[in-house]
Design a protein around this ligand. Structure first.
Ligand code: B4P
Length: 190
């Protein structure tokens, strides 16, 4: 199985690029953000809980997120592999993912990290707010909180994969096509 973690700060383009990667390589897309948003829309208990964190730009608690991810993973039938988009976002999630994948007889091949400067992130999220209707995109304070949470809680996950020699940084500035090509080149070399 080809299992890839697509990593990067809020608004780096993880969702945008995941769509293209799954299409080319036939992988299954597991986006924790998308799954939470679907639950919010469906007004499930999980959705209500997730909304109370997401609207403030905070992370949903690890225990809830890990359980949800594992359950979605198990739903996939004969997958060639997975793109983990927006997960893991903490070291505890990274460790849980390793343990879980190992119990399923597989592992993470690589973390591809999109590198995008903070100013550009703010611009992209501001633009997306005009069309997405996402509460967490609409408020500059919430955006700043997401960026701060990323630096404090999510960035350390990079070290986790660096230590395992599974970390590749990709320049995330440029057109969507340019970045896709960089990602494809990195994946083809694996
Ligand atoms: P996510 O849904 O993961 O969203 P994101 O980080 O904001 O966006 P992404 O990087 O996917 O950006 P996109 O491609 O859309 O998380 C939302 C929230 O869910 C979190 O804050 C948290 O509360 C919760 N959550 C999710 N996972 C969790 C976890 N594991 N643990 C705990 N909580 C979790 O791109 C952004 C915009 O940029 C788009 O409008 C796009 O069109 C544009 N864009 C993309 N590429 C571009 C380019 N090259 N040039 C210009 N614009 C570009």
């Amino acid at each position: 199985m080809l299992n890839i973690v697509l990593f990067g700060p809020p608004g780096a383009g993880k969702g945008t690029q995941s769509e293209r990667i799954i299409e080319k390589y036939g992988l299954k897309h597991l986006s924790t953000g998308d799954i939470f948003r679907a639950n919010i829309k469906g007004e499930t208990e999980l959705g209500k809980l997730a909304k109370s964190y997401m609207d403030k730009g905070q992370l949903v608690p690890d225990e809830v997120t890990i359980k949800m991810l594992q359950s979605e993973f198990k739903k996939a039938e004969n997958p060639k592999g997975f793109i983990f988009d927006g997960f893991p976002r903490t070291n505890a999630q990274a460790e849980a993912l390793d343990n879980f994948l190992s119990s399923e007889g597989t592992s993470i091949k690589v973390m591809l990290a999109l590198d995008v400067a903070e100013e550009e992130l703010r611009e992209r999220l501001k633009k997306r707010a005009e069309v997405s209707g996402r509460v967490d995109d609409a408020n500059p304070e919430v955006i700043q909180n997401r960026i701060n949470v990323y630096k404090a809680e999510t960035l350390p996950v990079k070290e986790y994969y660096l230590k395992q020699d599974k970390f590749i940084e990709i320049d995330g500035i440029g057109t969507v096509d340019e970045i896709t090509n960089r990602l494809f080149t990195a994946i083809d070399k694996l």
